[in-house]
Design a protein around this ligand. Structure first.
Ligand SMILES: Nc1ncnc2c1ncn2[C@@H]1O[C@H](COP(=O)(O)OP(=O)(O)O)[C@@H](O)[C@H]1O
Ligand SMILES: [Mg+2]
Length: 232
């Protein structure tokens, strides 16, 4: 039974990439959203799995408001953020009747729901699936990783701010952290009020500001990530 649901949910997904951060508020959902848009503009079919129970913010960033979520035989049907149906989204927020309901899901029930959620989305064919994970090393976080591990994880993007790493790095903290952990430094996204505004309004920043430094930074990160995923 489990095997057949595995086949239908992630088997046609070419690459699964987790977006992680040590704590909330560092720009994880922002990076997830912008990378997804960059891949979409590059002609890829992209999915976002938003598992951040504390604050499912991707639907707002992509202006996908509280849709009706349907189930088919192979699971929850994702919602498309664009008319071309190249950006699919499934958010744990869609399944919560009230935005505040996340807080009453606790303990084993919450963990079980998340586990189920991860493997029960009928993605169909995707080039890349980005997973916006809950921050930290909570039970939910581990449940997401545990469940994805049963399938496949091809990579992870760690989002951090210079301040989060250590206060000895006033800037370049991400680069230092990459060196310390032996991972590849993908890039640095400037703090850009236009990006904040685009996210608040659910508009496509990459389409609206193609000449900005932030646009190039995001595109460079997306291209590097894409080429590393192809190397594998
Ligand atoms: N590079 C940036 N420039 C400007 N604002 C940003 C940037 N990255 C994130 N933000 C803003 O910071 C806030 C937190 O970002 P978010 O992506 O929701 O963090 P997380 O998912 O890590 O909790 C959001 O309001 C977002 O609009
Ligand atoms: Mg977030």
């Amino acid at each position: 039974m489990e095997e057949s649901s595995d086949r239908t949910s992630l088997s046609q997904v070419r690459r699964v990439v987790l977006v992680l951060s040590g704590k909330g508020g560092v720009g994880k959902s922002t990076i997830t959203t912008e990378l997804a848009l960059a891949f979409r503009h590059a002609g890829k079919k992209v999915g976002i799995l938003d598992v951040d129970l504390c604050g499912p913010s991707i639907p707002r960033m992509l202006r996908v408001c509280r849709p009706e979520v349907h189930q088919c035989e192979s699971g929850w049907v994702p919602v498309y953020a664009d008319t071309q149906q190249s950006l699919a989204l499934m958010s744990i927020g869609f399944l919560l009747e009230h935005p505040d309901e996340a807080v009453v899901w606790r303990g084993p029930k919450k963990t079980a729901l998340i586990g189920q959620f991860v493997s029960d989305v009928a993605w169909g064919e995707l080039d890349i699936l980005l997973v916006d994970t809950p921050p930290g090393t909570s039970d939910e976080h581990l449940a997401v990783l545990e469940n994805l591990r049963k399938h496949r994880v091809d990579g992870a993007v760690l989002v951090t701010t210079p301040q989060e790493c250590s206060n000895i790095f006033s800037k370049g903290g991400g680069e230092e952290l990459a060196k310390l952990t032996g991972s590849e430094f993908l890039g640095c996204v400037p703090l850009d009020p236009q990006l904040t505004q685009s996210l608040e309004e659910g508009e496509d920043f990459l389409q609206a500001f193609p000449k900005s430094a932030t646009f190039s930074a995001i595109n460079t990160i997306a291209n590097t990530l894409q080429s590393r995923l192809e190397d594998d």
